[in-house]
Design a protein around this ligand. Sequence first.
Ligand SMILES: [Zn+2]
Ligand SMILES: [Zn+2]
Length: 396
Amino acid sequence: MTRYDLKIAGLIAALVVVIGLALGYGAGLMLGGRGDLPGAPPETPAAFAAAPAEEGTADRLANPAGGTLPGYHDVYVNDYAGLLDPAAEQRLRDEMIELYDHTGIEMTVLTIDSLSDYHHFGPIEPFATALFNAWGIGNAGRNDGVLVLVSLFDRRMRIEIGAGYDAAWDDRMQRVIDEGFLPDFRDDRYQAGIETGVRETIFELTGRYPGTYDTGLLRQGWSWIFWQLSGLGGWLWAVVAVPLAATALALRRYLRLRPRPCSNCGSLMHRLGEAADDAHLDGGQRLEEFLKSVDYDVWACDSCGQMDIHRYRNWFSAFGACPKCGYHTLKTQTEVLVSATTSSTGKKRLTYDCRNCGYHDTELRTIPKVSKSSSGSGRSSFGGGSSSGGGASGSW
Ligand SMILES: [Zn+2]
Ligand SMILES: [Zn+2]
């Protein structure tokens, strides 16, 4: 590569990085400015454990308005309609535990076969309100609980929110239902709809998608951008990514193979073939080519005899640089000796072997402790919150 090529490549790379950073930060700022929660900072889990709501855990509860209500066995997911596989249920639970740990908001998902199973005939709204208050979802002081209720055979759903949310939140929950839950529900893909909808609900509540609470603006922004892109479907990736990758590959190939002038006399050089250039490489370089960690091109000038060797590193190679001979012929193997647990660190042994010079070394490294599961994971009852009927409904 000439100095000029490097300059162009550097400019393109810098531009891509700047645009990427700007997009990420922009989206991050946009998200950071929204989602102020009603009420105070999160309570301590200790105060929560003292809450009385054990009566909610029976199979059936009485509905004060007539009929019955389902009880709960879990404060995050009760999938009585069997719409979720165990892995999805765990993902949802983890997201709502994370929500609780960072904001104190108690959110819960309930699926049932039909309202008539509970002798309820008519709209879903009064049923959801009665259920919300019977379970006592949310902090009793802030009333910031959230109930997602899906009734399979009624093809109706509701997001019921606590009395702490003002009327503006009804519209936000309507957006979540219309854009998050219903598109998949209409295709009878309930698990996908619930997962998307729950993520959208959490985003609407906090301005952040699950998994991005502890990250900077940049990562939050990009997580939002990716989420938006993924919503557009796989075709977008085919439309954008395939030509982009093809262009990058073609550009790289052009830069590598294009004719170049001799730095000595100025006439055009020509590239030697793979077999011919081996004669001009040393043993270490030939081994790098053989291991495919580095590729070499040899360019020769017919006028003055000048010989240039260009190195192209393979970034996906498993071979690293050897500290002794410097060639990319070093293989690293990892062996776990003691696995890490939540209470103790682990140990692993790294073994380095150079295929070129025979350099050999081993190193013991500590594996960090596995982080403990969060405080919200031990919850067994709700905080005693109430709803005055706020939220939104949808049917499909
Ligand atoms: Zn020359
Ligand atoms: Zn070596």
